[in-house]
Design a protein around this ligand. Structure first.
Ligand SMILES: Nc1ncnc2c1ncn2[C@@H]1O[C@H](COP(=O)(O)OP(=O)(O)OP(=O)(O)O)[C@@H](O)[C@H]1O
Ligand SMILES: [Mg+2]
Length: 189
């Protein structure tokens, strides 16, 4: 059993791991995402830059099945985001823009909650949590209450949370909140 986090399994897929076609979202008269065609292949790190309000979070919410598109569609690992939403959720991880870890739990407990939510086999939970904490440089902070650690540490903890189930695609909305530095294995091809 591997004790490191490897997000590169998707490199074997012959099709784009993320493909959108004419993906759009409006809020009344406001066009937040306008007919976006996107292809991202397995193993790629794809960065989306845009001014505040440009539509980045709206796009991520559609790709992670939290928000239905107004028009167009997308596939994640070949799965259609509306028709196969539950299957899409199983193969992705998503760290949302707003800090989401539970401040009244320890770092370890936060990871355990996610391990259970994603059905990580019970016998593997401890090992995977330990590996994820070590990978994000959080081994020392695992037993502290989350509300007592810095914003950057919370962000690292959240990234650890959403890699526990070995997602094929990891979405990070504003990953540098708290000015974290991603480990090398996650920051390039
Ligand atoms: N639920 C909503 N209802 C109405 N308008 C919304 C909703 N969600 C987003 N918007 C609008 O859609 C546009 C895109 O917002 P979005 O949050 O996707 O931008 P962003 O690129 O993520 O911005 P930021 O860099 O500030 O995080 C904005 O004008 C925003 O006000
Ligand atoms: Mg945003």
């Amino acid at each position: 059993m591997s004790t490191t986090i490897d997000l590169r399994d998707a490199t074997r897929l012959p099709v784009p791991i993320v493909r959108s076609s004419g993906l759009s979202r409006t809020f009344g008269a406001l066009v937040a995402v306008d007919h976006l065609d996107l292809e991202v292949f397995g193993g790629e790190v794809f960065g989306l830059l845009g001014r505040n309000g440009a539509g980045k979070s709206t796009l991520i919410k559609m790709l992670t099945t939290l928000l239905p598109p107004s028009e167009g569609t997308a596939r994640i690992a070949g799965l259609e985001i509306e028709a196969q939403a539950a299957d899409v959720r199983r193969v992705i991880g998503c760290v949302p823009q707003a800090l989401s870890a539970d401040g009244d739990l320890t770092g370890y407990e936060n990871l355990l909650v996610l391990a259970r939510r994603y059905d990580v086999p019970r016998r593997e939970q401890r090992l995977r949590i330990g590996a994820a904490l070590a990978f994000m440089g959080l081994a020392e902070a695992a037993n502290g209450m989350v509300k007592e650690v810095s914003g950057g540490m919370v962000r690292r903890l959240e990234i650890a949370q959403f890699t526990l189930h070995r997602p094929m695609v990891l979405f990070l909305d504003e990953p540098t909140v708290g000015s974290i530095r991603l480990p090398v294995a996650m920051s390039g091809r």
